[in-house]
Design a binder for this molecule. Structure first.
Ligand code: AMP
Length: 221
């Protein structure tokens, strides 16, 4: 089975929800650059200070910052049996950088990697983003319309008050889609050419996407 998974798709396409499930199922870490960057902002690190100004504008944080964050994270012991990347790479430049960064692991993408593209039309996604809520403690993601918590505004798992991400407002979300189309969408062809791309119909209920994702991942030798 493949060991390194790259989840590709527009903001709000459901990557985070499915990566968490796959991470539990395969017992490998879910590495989400957005969350790592938000944590560095919370901790007021130097990287966090730089990242904030880009995140607030819906733009990509400079590659020097994200590459460092990823390199540090995938060098850790818990990544030795594999890992799932969600939100990295996000540009051709980052994909090239990842090929080099992979040398800190025993894996290479051609043999051990699988890129999964979440195929969904972007028109409906703004609505999803502005209705998204997340738990600041355990990271569970909800949607007030399609996947609401049992008690409004509180996490089903740990009862913590849910938050709305600062960049999940309509104005910043639109900018994030523009950045996605320009910088990230070309990765579809990049990984297709590398021969490691699989597509997933992401315009379905969460449970159905999960069933399809499991088939797709477990079918891979
Ligand atoms: P996300 O949580 O994946 O929606 O990411 C939120 C924001 O973090 C993005 O809009 C970017 O500003 C920043 N970000 C996350 N991952 C990356 C990345 N790989 N490269 C540059 N910026 C990123």
């Amino acid at each position: 089975m493949k060991k390194v998974f790259i989840f590709l798709g527009p903001p709000g396409s459901g990557k985070g929800t499915q990566t968490s499930r796959l991470s539990d199922k395969l017992s490998i870490p879910h590495i989400d650059t957005g969350s790592l960057l938000r944590k560095s902002i919370q901790d007021a690190t130097e990287q966090g200070l730089i990242a904030k100004s880009f995140i607030d504008k819906g733009q990509l944080v400079p590659i020097s910052v994200v590459s460092e964050v990823i390199k540090e994270r995938i060098s850790k012991e818990d990544c030795k049996d594999g890992f799932i990347l969600d939100g990295f790479p996000r540009s051709i430049e980052q994909a090239d950088a990842l090929n080099n960064i992979m040398t800190v692991t025993k894996f290479n993408l051609k043999d051990n990697g699988l890129a999964i593209y979440f195929d969904i039309k972007t028109d409906a996604l703004i609505h999803r983003l502005v209705n998204r809520r997340s738990c600041p403690k355990c990271g569970t993601i909800y949607n007030l319309v399609s996947n609401p918590p049992k008690i409004m505004d509180y996490c089903d798992i740990c009862d913590t008050k849910l938050i709305t991400r600062d960049d999940d407002n309509e104005e910043t979300a639109l900018l994030r889609f523009k950045t996605y189309e320009k910088e990230t969408a070309p990765l579809y062809d990049y990984y297709k050419q590398m021969g490691i791309l699989k597509e997933l119909d992401a315009d379905k209920p969460i449970g159905e996407i999960w069933e399809n994702l499991k088939e797709l991942v477990l079918d891979e030798k």
